[in-house]
Design a protein around this ligand. Structure first.
Ligand code: NAD
Length: 361
């Protein structure tokens, strides 16, 4: 298979961690007979320095012409970086918002996996951490409360603020289909999270999700109220496979799920549109405090590349190989500084990439 990958290395640790993910992709290419070609795209601070804006139209177009985009992270230290003296719409993050919008990325995927080798970092009780967990939070990204009409006005001398929560059946259907498709590649269970005991938008959500479920008889569907889901994530996270939910609930639950894994350098993510295209990036930021030191953990970016193999290229076996290689390196006791613990061997960014590559054979 011949794939064209747009690469946004970005700022801070971005270039260091993306280099390792490309190394791993190239290793997969060698072993499984694929070729990945890369087009370097400038975004964020790196683009401001060269082009004066965080994302040019040409770069957006080049991203659209790729089969998928692999990204590091963008942004700098808000207190010291000159990028943050600019107007908000010229700052690094504005490039990312424009990219997401331009690519119509409406589905956000964030896996939360507790590796048994890292369970010491999990803040949950030992008996819960011992059971491990491996879930995928699928969040609708372009609708709901964050994109509704809003206003603040005085009514009878009192300030009143309003935010509108709107979902159409089409918006719900397209994310639900994506959620069930992802579940088919996993353990075939979808937990749809809503607040259907109170909200009309949630009742429509539930109705449409049930309709979509008819087309996926192999997938078990359950509904859960968002307040209960927030509790279950800390009480019994092992019960979840795919959590499918709307924008604001997903925003909150995905952060909660990430935090129970305990390690930011391990958290991959993807944002998908209606085609096979996706933007793949680690959940963490550009970590300016450790940039250029060669100590950043590249695993989240490498696992994001594995998601690209699975969800954009349908290369499931190859994605499994990357994930197994990451696990093997952890089993062998190698750690970057952020996940280091007593008795383990501390290594840097490049060595972590090299060791993961050497476990892919
Ligand atoms: P951050 O995630 O960059 O860093 C938080 C802490 O986690 C730091 O101590 C950092 O050293 C550590 N860390 C993060 N990733 C790591 C890794 N791979 N290996 C080892 N340690 C790691 O969050 P922040 O400091 O709040 O933000 C820094 C910059 O990143 C800001 O400009 C912010 O806007 C930007 N940011 C970008 C994205 C993105 O590109 N999607 C996401 C979040 C934040």
């Amino acid at each position: 298979m011949d794939m064209k990958i747009g690469v946004i290395k970005g700022d801070g640790i971005g270039p260091e961690i993306v280099d390792e993910a490309m190394k791993v992709l190239d290793r997969i290419g060698e072993v499984y007979g694929h070729s990945f070609s890369y087009t370097q795209l400038l975004m964020g601070g790196a683009s401001i320095d060269v082009n004066g804006v965080p994302l040019t139209e040409e770069t957006l177009q080049a991203a659209k012409e790729s089969d998928a985009v692999l990204m590091g992270s963008i942004g700098g230290d808000a207190k010291t970086s000159p990028w943050y003296q600019l107007e908000p719409d010229k700052r690094p993050e504005a490039g990312l918002l424009k990219l997401r919008k331009g690519l119509n990325l409406f589905a956000n995927l964030r896996p939360a996996v507790l590796y048994k080798e890292l369970k010491g970092a999990c803040p949950l009780k030992e008996e819960i951490a011992d059971r491990g967990f491996d879930m995928m939070i699928m969040r609708e990204l372009t609708g709901g409360l964050y994109f509704g009409k809003r206003s603040t006005e005085k009514v009878d001398g009192v300030l009143v603020a309003k935010d509108e929560l709107t979902y159409s059946e089409e918006e719900i259907r397209r994310i639900a289909k994506r959620g069930f498709d992802i579940a088919m590649k996993r353990r075939k269970k979808v937990t749809s999270v809503d607040k259907a005991n109170v909200l009309d938008s949630s009742r429509l959500w539930r109705k449409v999700v049930e309709e979509v479920a008819q087309d996926y008889p192999e997938v078990t569907l359950e509904h859960m109220l968002v307040d209960n889901c927030a509790m279950q994530l800390v009480k019994d996270p092992a019960q979840f496979d795919v959590i499918l939910t709307e924008n604001m609930f997903g925003d909150i639950l995905s952060d909660e799920a990430s935090m129970v894994t305990g390690s930011i350098g391990m958290l991959a993510s993807a944002s998908l549109n209606e085609t096979k295209f996706g933007l793949y990036e680690p959940s963490g930021g550009s970590a300016p405090d450790i940039a250029g030191k060669g100590i950043a953990n590249p695993i989240a970016t490498i696992l994001s590349a594995a998601m690209m193999l699975r969800y954009s290229f349908d290369l499931d076996k190859e994605a499994d190989a990357v994930e197994a290689a990451v696990e093997k390196v952890l089993q062998d006791g190698y750690r970057t500084i952020d996940i280091m613990s007593e008795g383990m061997t501390q290594i840097g960014t490049q060595e972590m990439g090299d060791r993961i590559c050497s476990c892919i054979a």
